[in-house]
Design a protein around this ligand. Structure first.
Ligand code: SF4
Length: 310
């Protein structure tokens, strides 16, 4: 049975909540496959001494570690000491480096562990496992490979989508490395924009816009929706098999993006004369402006009416 250790660093616990939200039958079935009892902060019990003994055994290599899951960013500060996040006085950055060197596979769970995430909002030198936002490197360095010869598998999201986590854990248990994109995230889940599959696409197409929460229109032009710039499966596999932010009338705020969080306020689209500064990924500005101007003029009555009814 593969062994797994889940370690929290600079984390709010949101990815653990998402993991627990996997619910039945998936989570119990996964736990039967994985010896997660090695340690998970919300699933394991035991005293400090047994936890310390476990960590020491894993670091020495006297117990095998197949899968290391890290939740939260790594705190490098102050002054590169790692002293902001320690276990028994030792920097977690050092503990993670040693465990990663022994692990068969390393998974960064959530945007903070992948890229540093919201750690950039504080002066704490927060980094991800193998990236610092869009730059390769991070704690383990660009060339790090686990015992199986794999890079860190990044599962971004604030929090990670439970289905993405479940699917990746199943692949790793089968000794299978998913195909990864440039940011080392599984292509199957992160090769699609949030925008693709959003129920508001027709409104976007004709620039029928919303400027408040909960309406039916597109939220790109005024409300800061980052769906056209963010690669994530939120509209491919719904949360709780039920819904997504954009379907519910809340703008995507790009939580899987390597540079998350953005530098400007959420729920607001920076624009000049009503034209967003950031356009959908890969779209040429001149063509987009010409097309959107014509599309708005061509908006069908049924869409405009449907929006004005809300
Ligand atoms: S609300 Fe966002 S994700 Fe949906 S169509 Fe508009 S821009 Fe795309």
């Amino acid at each position: 049975m593969p062994t797994a250790l889940w370690l929290q660093c600079g984390a709010c616990g949101g990815d653990t909540m998402s993991f627990l939200g996997m619910g039945t039958p998936h989570l119990p079935a996964l736990l039967e496959e994985l010896e997660m009892t090695l340690w998970h902060p919300s699933l394991s019990f035991g005293n400090r001494v047994s936890y310390e003994t476990l960590l020491n055994d894993l670091r020495r290599g006297s117990r095998p570690l197949d899968l290391l899951l890290i939740e939260g960013f790594i705190l490098g500060g102050p002054a590169a000491s790692g002293g902001y996040d320690t276990f028994r006085g030792e920097s977690k950055a050092v503990i993670v480096q040693e465990l990663a060197a022994k692990a068969g596979a390393v998974v960064a769970v959530g945007t903070c562990a992948c890229f540093g995430g919201i750690g950039k909002l504080g002066a704490i030198d927060a980094i991800g496992l193998q990236f610092f936002h869009h730059q390769a490197g991070g704690l383990l360095g660009e060339h790090f490979r686990s015992r199986r010869g794999w890079p860190v598998i990044n599962l971004p999201g604030c929090p990670v989508h439970p289905t993405v986590l479940q699917d990746t854990l199943c692949a790793v248990c089968e000794d299978r490395l998913p195909e990864l994109n440039d940011y080392q995230a599984p292509e199957d889940w992160f090769g699609i924009l949030v925008h693709q599959g959003c129920t508001r696409n027709e409104y976007h197409e004709y620039r029928v816009e919303d400027n408040d929460f909960g309406g039916p229109g597109c939220m790109f032009f005024h409300m800061g929706c980052r769906g056209p710039l963010t690669y994530a499966p939120c509209n491919k596999v719904l949360w709780n098999n039920r819904n997504s932010k954009t379907n519910a009338g809340v703008p995507c705020f790009g939580c899987t993006h390597p540079d998350f969080p953005q530098d400007h306020p959420f729920f607001h689209t920076p624009n000049i004369i009503d034209v967003p500064l950031e356009l959908p990924d890969g779209v040429d500005r001149a063509h987009y402006l010409a097309y959107k101007g014509m599309a708005a003029a061509a908006a069908p009555e049924r869409l405009v009416k449907r929006k004005s009814r809300v």
